[in-house]
Design a protein around this ligand. Structure first.
Ligand SMILES: CCCCCCCCCCCCC/C=C/C(=O)SCCNC(=O)CCNC(=O)[C@H](O)C(C)(C)COP(=O)(O)OP(=O)(O)OC[C@H]1O[C@@H](n2cnc3c(N)ncnc32)[C@H](O)[C@@H]1OP(=O)(O)O
Ligand SMILES: Cc1cc2nc3c(=O)[nH]c(=O)nc-3n(C[C@H](O)[C@H](O)[C@H](O)COP(=O)(O)OP(=O)(O)OC[C@H]3O[C@@H](n4cnc5c(N)ncnc54)[C@H](O)[C@@H]3O)c2cc1C
Length: 666
């Protein structure tokens, strides 16, 4: 059935004022990445084994087995097609189903690469890359997640046997949450308190075998299982997040990951000459990848909401003629276009963070640890900012799709349920922002001592100006000047950080001040992270960008991103005196104009994400716009529609009807 809605998207596409193909390359990052991504997405989309439209209707056991089948198929296809690591990781990504492979490749392998000695890497990495073992990452315990120093699991060195004894001393010390642990992994990197010679030496990683490689049964001393069903249908329930209790499990001494700390045969603990936080390196790595993933999840939700908003019509007609596309309503635009702009903003800041991470890694390898605090603050802060915004944005996109957004066939409920734990895993977002705040307060106090700030805090070096400046914006167009926008963001962030540092010093101890002012500190941290995102976006749009109209579209999105934040946080911009109420009004006026400019390009701007219908998994977001026929077809496929008269009629409907009939006769 062809319906009028299909033409809507073709019309929309014909209005584009830029080269969509060129934008696709900008979004992907390079022609090479575009080609790989496109090829892998199509391989997945065309393979019936990777079907996912039934996920929300499956029970947990069926769902999990289905995931196991898909993961096995991923491994098989990757081998058959001789995929490179880059290609295989894209293939897994487009399968779009959380599973043990994410933790094996995403945390177990990086933990060994980052924390293992060369010898240990030589031993374990080939086993892991051939998938002769399957690994996961167990840090969190039932009683402690955020507070890593509070972990209870012990790894006690026994010099008699040259072994560590891994032990869970209490119920709260059971490892709890690790993905892939519950039912699949054969091995794990466990984080535990190192004890040697009766003394504690801090938290380190240890490789422990969990299950027999012959029949998959747990090894002696190991009690292990799944932690139970999680939020949402389908969603993260494809993953076997697990628990494990270790009852004095013995492992060879060389199973401790010893890159940064060695335990000798005699039990002497030798710390390398590196900061102890290097042991947190896997988290820094993963946080950086989560920032990139945020732009994918956000752009996916936005793609669905934009396409559907172009198709959906409500009101505005006379004599039952054609109604208004909901995308034309300014309120819809003001909710949707900032999210579209945020998707692009996060994409670019994610790319930049990848670069920063590579740069820091290179320095660390050369024993230069000077940029470690900055890398920690950036990864923690941007992970927190981008995941919080993305989770809220997915929910907003669901609402933007009206009632149909609430259907699983819209793809949005499951996307939200899969995505929202990103605000918690790899560090709770508030806990991480407090880390950024700690870094900022330190930076401010160093400024007072005459130290020059570097990296993303370089702007704070302009302290005097930032404390006093008043925005020069006197027309809506002034808000299109990068220097005007940046100055406002930097001044707000700096003034908030300085106020926190000043107020902390009024308390009896810095710790007491930090605890009492933590709400303000979180706001200062967000403001700083927004400086990073805005300045990276501005930097991006100031580069040469090939393709007709591409740069212009990105400039529009860049200013939408910045100006919507000024609107959102107007209280802070005003109370810190960075802008006046009149200037806030001018910024809003400019924002409205920009919405009008993005409107004809909106559908093409989401087409530039180059998502297949399989990846989107949404009746509302289909490329061809055939929304209503698809919704209807999917409704008919619901298990409840297998029969016309439902199961349970005889037992539960008929007796009620009969009883009602009896009562009405009385
Ligand atoms: C449909 C789409 C499908 C999508 C599919 C998605 C699949 C995605 C897969 C994702 C899978 C997710 C798997 C999740 C895994 C996990 O969650 S693993 C567990 C993660 N756990 C955490 O993140 C715990 C968070 N807590 C911490 O990191 C730390 O405890 C802390 C909060 C940072 C505190 O550290 P602590 O040492 O106790 O205290 P402080 O006193 O605050 O810090 C001391 C100094 O150390 C510095 N520092 C802290 N962390 C780091 C670091 N990582 N790197 C460098 N430096 C660090 C800190 O700044 C302090 O420095 P100074 O101020 O100079 O003293
Ligand atoms: C889907 C999913 C997958 C996961 N996968 C893994 C995995 O593979 N491996 C693994 O080891 N772990 C994993 N985790 C665990 C995850 O890392 C932790 O849940 C996370 O670090 C948060 O810790 P928590 O649960 O202890 O939260 P808590 O710290 O107990 O947080 C509870 C509340 O307290 C607040 N809070 C805590 N400390 C402070 C503070 N200092 N100041 C102010 N507020 C504070 C938080 O903001 C939050 O609101 C996973 C979790 C989820 C949800």
């Amino acid at each position: 059935m062809v319906v009028a809605s299909v033409d809507n998207l073709a019309d929309e596409r014909s209005k584009a004022q830029f080269d969509v193909g060129a934008m696709k390359i900008v979004w992907a990052g390079s022609k090479h990445v575009f080609d790989v991504t496109d090829r892998m997405a199509r391989i997945v989309a065309s393979d019936p084994e990777f079907r996912k439209d039934n996920r929300t209707t499956l029970g947990r056991k069926e769902l999990f087995k289905n995931t196991l089948r898909k993961m096995a198929h991923v491994v098989k296809r990757a081998n058959e097609l001789r995929l490179t690591e880059e290609e295989a990781s894209k293939l897994r990504f487009f399968v779009d189903e959380p599973g043990y492979l994410d933790l094996h490749w995403g945390m177990f392998v990086p933990a060994i690469k980052g924390q293992g000695t060369e010898e240990q890497q030589e031993k374990w990495l080939p086993l892991a890359s051939r998938m002769e073992i399957i690994g996961c990452y167990a840090q969190t315990e039932l009683g402690h997640g955020s507070n890593v120093q509070g972990l209870e699991t012990t790894a006690t060195f026994d010099p008699k046997t040259d072994e560590f004894i891994i032990h869970s001393p209490s119920l709260t010390s059971y490892k709890w949450w690790p993905g892939g642990l519950g039912k699949v992994s054969t091995h794990v990197v466990v984080y535990a308190r190192l004890v040697s010679g009766g003394q504690e030496h801090g938290i380190y990683g240890f490789i422990v075998q969990l299950r027999s490689l012959d029949d998959h049964t747990p090894l002696p001393g190991i009690i292990i299982g799944d932690i139970g069903t999680k939020f949402g249908s389908g969603a993260y329930n494809t993953m076997d997040n697990g628990f494990v209790c270790f009852n004095r499990v013995r492992i060879p001494r060389n199973h401790m990951l010893m890159r940064f700390c060695q335990v000798t045969r005699e039990g002497n603990v030798c710390l390398s000459d590196v900061p102890k936080q290097m042991v947190y390196g896997t988290m820094v790595y993963v946080r950086q990848t989560i920032v990139s993933d945020a732009s994918w999840a956000l752009s996916r939700a936005v793609c669905i909401a934009v396409r559907y908003s172009a198709i959906r019509r409500q009101f505005g007609s006379q004599d039952r003629g054609i109604e208004t596309q909901v995308l034309d309503y300014k309120t819809q635009q003001s909710r949707l276009f900032p999210l579209l702009a945020s998707a692009y903003a996060f994409r670019f800041v994610g790319e930049w963070l990848k670069w920063l991470y590579a740069d820091v890694t290179e320095r660390l390898q050369a024993n230069d640890f000077s940029t470690l605090p900055e890398a920690h603050a950036c990864t923690a802060g941007l992970k927190s900012l981008t995941t919080s915004v993305t989770a809220d944005a997915i929910e907003e996109c669901r609402k933007l799709c009206g009632g149909h957004g609430y259907l699983c066939s819209s793809g949005l409920p499951e996307l939200f349920a899969v995505y929202v734990p990103a605000c918690t895993y790899e560090g709770d977002n508030v806990v991480l922002l407090l880390q950024v705040a700690r870094f900022l307060v330190k930076t401010v106090s160093r400024l007072a001592a005459g130290k020059k700030p570097v990296g993303t805090t370089t702007y704070m070096g302009n302290a005097e100006h930032l404390m006093q400046c008043k925005s020069s914006a006197s027309s809506p167009e002034d808000w299109l000047k990068p220097s005007v926008v940046l100055e406002a963001f930097e001044a707000r962030a700096f003034r908030l950080a300085v106020a926190c540092a000043r107020d902390i010093s009024k308390f009896s101890t810095p710790e007491a001040g930090f605890a009492e002012l933590s709400i303000d500190l979180v706001e200062a941290a967000i403001a700083h992270c927004e400086v990073i995102v805005v300045s990276r976006f501005i930097e991006k749009v100031q580069q040469d960008i090939p393709g007709d109209g591409v740069k212009e579209q990105l400039q529009i999105l860049c200013f939408i991103y910045a100006l919507h934040l000024i609107h959102k946080h107007s209280g802070e911009f005003l109370s810190t005196g960075c802008i006046t109420p009149e200037q806030a009004t001018l910024a809003n006026e400019q924002l409205r104009t920009l919405y009008g400019q993005v409107r004809p390009n909106a559908v093409s701007l989401v087409d530039a994400f180059n998502y297949t219908d399989h990846y989107l998994g949404s009746a509302l977001g289909r490329y061809d716009g055939n929304v209503y026929a698809t919704l209807y077809a999917q409704a008919l496929r619901d298990p409840l529609n297998d029969t016309v008269v439902p199961d349970g009629y005889e037992e539960f409907i008929r007796p009620v009807l009969k009883q009602t009939m009896r009562l009405s006769r009385l």
